[in-house]
Design a protein around this ligand. Sequence first.
Ligand code: AMP
Ligand code: MG
Length: 439
Amino acid sequence: MISPEDALARILSYVEVLPAEEKPLLEALGQVLDEDIAAGFDLPPLDNTAMDGYAVRAADTAGAGRDSPRELSVIGELAAGYQFEGEVTAGAAVRIMTGAPVPAGADAVVPFEETDEPFGKAPERSRKLSATVRVYKEARPGANIRRAGEDLRAGQTVVRKGTVLRPSEIGVIASVGRARVRVIRRPVVAVLSTGDELVAVGGPRSGAHIYDSNAHSVGALVKRYGGVPRLLGIARDTVKALTAKIQRGLDADMLITSAGVSRGDYDVVKDVLAREGEIAFWTVAMKPGKPLAFGSFQKDGRRVPHIGLPGNPVSSMVAFEIFGRPALMKMMGKTDWRRPIVRAIAEDEIANRDDPRVFFARCVVTERDGRRYASLTGSQSSGVLTSMMRANGLTIMPADVDVVRPGDEVDVLMLDWSRGEEWGSYLSEGDGPPGATSP
Ligand code: AMP
Ligand code: MG
């Protein structure tokens, strides 16, 4: 039996970072940038106003107050996207909208609220520009002005090679004008189910047959972690059928099969791997997910890594979380595939007596009064997928711990944080100000 750490290290030593591709910026969300992105100009390009109001010379507002307004003559107005032709001279002001460049001569912007023009006085188009404006508050030089280059400087690298693109990076790259980017390609993952008992979803089922759920749960995990699943269907438990299906999957970047790796008579995945590929079979010291096959096939001079997941629906998901996810992420050029582990107070007894394996028990972590609690989600049988569905995490109960009692602390590997109702949420119904509704 080998440890999960050793198994993962060996798997990772077999998978390589994929080549880069160029694609439209928005489609690159979640992928790893393969170039440095630099700004070609200052951002913002010009000094501009942060408020709707009047561009003035600050000195002209000296001493202004509610009882001592300063009256300035309005010499024009300016919307965002336009530049003022003239200059703001002493005693003059230009009516100006957020984002519009500050006219020459002006060094401050007085917001409408501090003038005799109440905010939103009249519809924009029908309003006549008044000849004068009264300013009720002194403005300091630079007030309400966003400086050219305060966000980015021309020539500056704004997003570095190796960065995982999130919505904010996508926005920053767009702000410097780039429509396409070079990113590490997403891995195409061929997913194959094996077993004479399986039938495809959508069709009829009877007797001892069960629907193939693994292709969907594992395919969904592949998608969640950034890969592109390609379902190969179901292979019968014969070397011939399996070999044929596997051959069809070898133009993918990785092959994932489920089932057929335990000790039963019809567990043919290992036979095919041994005949057609390079193979390792492991019993991994983890529960669930003990039997695992790993190897690779050669196709057109390429080595296609193969992870043979166990067949039980929970085992295949847990083994994918522990081994498949890091492999996928490495292929995508990601270097940090850690995920949150939280300490939680056990609410149930979690027993793993006389078993030298790490126990990944399905649990739900909730937060109450600033403390985290973990409770088991039901049967821990590796065939019971519904208890996986109720879980948001897996306990990491070390091999040498026999039992965790209620009140003891346990580490939990968080799979997702989507059980918002238990976590308390921002601006959800009932949480907002009176009368507020969630979007
Ligand atoms: P095996 O690894 O072939 O011994 O399968 C272990 C258990 O997982 C058996 O009960 C199988 O019926 C079940 N199983 C295998 N493949 C799937 C699948 N694709 N979907 C649902 N259950 C499966
Ligand atoms: Mg089977």
